[in-house]
Design a protein around this ligand. Structure first.
Ligand SMILES: NC(=O)c1ccc[n+]([C@@H]2O[C@H](COP(=O)([O-])OP(=O)(O)OC[C@H]3O[C@@H](n4cnc5c(N)ncnc54)[C@H](O)[C@@H]3O)[C@@H](O)[C@H]2O)c1
Length: 437
């Protein structure tokens, strides 16, 4: 039976390589659509957790795993790829210490796929990466088997748009872009994704699809950098509240989209992806000024916040070296447990040795490691808040009771504008410094 028919009647067997933040929700959605799905991961604990219907990701409930138990299983054995018709690759795409792309996980997955490549298989790369990765990194590994793309096997790039913690848009309701190496590749991929995603948008090539994902993330990075710069400018000028300014600008019904300042960007996407494109562009003697400038500004924010903490303590007559701090939030953004490249952790790293004591509280993150030190989340109580010389809000989890935090804290630096009060002497925010005129 050909693949189109198997997709149509949902008898195609599907593999998902890498069952992390992207691969696990994707696997569940594919299984819910009726396809027998197998997740393949090098991490034995994740594979075992799937077997026990125990989720390891905030957005996925144990009951989601139990619901698809008959359709979704996980293994560490790449040999199962030989039995699959469609293979989604969702492995990490980190950067190196010098911030160059590291596509070795894609190459590894590609080699495993090549070992079992069989006629009619559809391979779909989902990891975010620089343009031409599908055709110049993955395809040569598959072509080396002697099979021809578009005839013997099919290959596409489908950028992943999942937004962990976002309950309005999920795998099912977020449109996907599809770029196949040939028209047959695109057509099969569109048919497959149309089975479980509301809207599928084909583009002319994997390169266009790869670039579209980078544009989306760089758009965010550049706009966040712009508003961070304006927040620092408001702090310098004094007596202009950036939050009031953003609200006012947001009243324009067209041509403006609000972005908000904060302690910096993190996670596995917006911080990393711009570097992938900047690196690739250099191959063409093209220096992407916007991307580099945005990265510089955003990565400077934890340093700015660390300095603001010391300044805020100083204005209240407290020497940093004697100060006890309570940090609220360690995750890279609100309502997730993900701490990868978290600006909150960067801030803690910068101040840890400068303060008498730094504690943190994050109900999503029970422990963190900073260098060789392991910190455990302390309970949030009136006493813990009162004991701190300054409470610093770095992640705006919805579960925080901000009225309670405000009431029991002596001094607060709210880097997320989570406590929306003005005129309080004990509350400081970014982009809202008062100055004597
Ligand atoms: N997390 C997000 O919000 C998000 C959003 C859009 C796109 N992406 C992109 O999706 C990709 C995956 O990101 P993620 O957040 O899911 O990462 P993750 O680390 O949560 O998951 C990746 C999984 O792949 C596994 N893995 C690593 N090497 C492997 C290999 N060789 N074979 C099989 N499994 C392997 C890991 O054990 C892990 O479980 C990245 O390219 C990322 O940029 C992530």
């Amino acid at each position: 039976m050909n693949l189109a028919k198997k997709i149509q009647d949902r008898t195609a067997k599907v593999a998902v390589i890498g069952i992390g933040y992207v691969g696990l929700p994707l696997s569940i959605e594919i299984a819910r659509a009726g396809f027998t799905t197998v997740g393949i991961d090098v991490d034995k604990t994740k594979v075992a957790a799937v077997g026990h219907h125990k989720s390891f990701i905030g957005d996925v409930k144990d009951s989601d795993l139990a619901e698809v138990a008959g359709k979704f299983s996980a293994t560490t054995d790449f040999g199962v790829l030989a039995t699959c018709d469609i293979i989604n690759i969702c492995v990490p795409t980190p950067f190196t210490a010098s911030k160059d792309p590291d596509v070795s996980f894609i190459e590894y997955a590609g080699r495993e796929v090549a070992k079992c490549l069989k006629p009619g298989q559809l391979i779909i790369l989902r990891s975010t990466t620089y343009p031409e990765t599908t055709e110049k990194v993955l395809q040569p590994i598959l072509d080396a088997t002697g099979k021809k793309v578009g005839r013997d096997y099919f290959l596409s790039f489908v950028p992943e748009r999942i937004d962990p913690g976002n309950h309005k848009f999920n795998t099912h309701t977020t449109p996907v872009v599809v770029g196949g190496v040939t028209k047959a590749c695109t057509d099969l991929t569109v048919q497959f994704y149309a089975r479980f995603v509301d809207k599928v948008i084909p583009v002319s090539s994997p390169r266009a699809a790869e670039m579209s994902k980078l544009l989306e993330n760089i758009f965010r990075s550049v706009n966040i950098a712009l508003v961070n710069e304006m927040a620092m400018m408001c702090d310098r000028m004094g007596n202009i509240d950036i939050w009031e300014v953003i609200n006012a600008a947001s009243s324009k019904p067209f041509g403006f989209m609000p972005f908000y300042p904060g302690p910096g960007i993190g996670g596995h996407c917006i911080l990393i992806d711009p570097y992938y494109l900047a690196w690739k562009a250099r191959e063409y003697d093209f220096h992407s000024n916007f991307i580099e400038l945005a990265a510089e500004t955003n990565e400077g924010m934890p340093f700015y916040v660390a300095d603001r903490i010391i300044e805020v303590l100083g204005t209240h007559g407290i020497a940093a070296s004697k100060a006890r701090l309570l940090i609220l939030g360690a995750a890279f953004k609100g309502n997730v447990e993900d701490t990868r490249h978290s600006p909150a952790i960067k801030v803690m790293e910068l101040i840890l040795d400068k303060m008498a004591k730094v504690d943190y509280h994050d109900p999503w993150v029970p422990a963190i490691e900073i260098g060789k030190r392991r910190l455990k989340s302390v309970p949030l109580s009136a006493q813990a808040l009162d004991k701190a010389d300054c409470v610093v809000i770095l992640t705006d989890h919805k579960c925080f009771d901000y009225d309670f935090i405000y009431k029991h804290s002596k001094l607060i630096l709210d880097a997320r504008n989570a406590i929306k009060r003005r005129g309080s002497k004990k509350l400081h925010t970014l982009g809202n410094r008062t100055a004597k005129r």
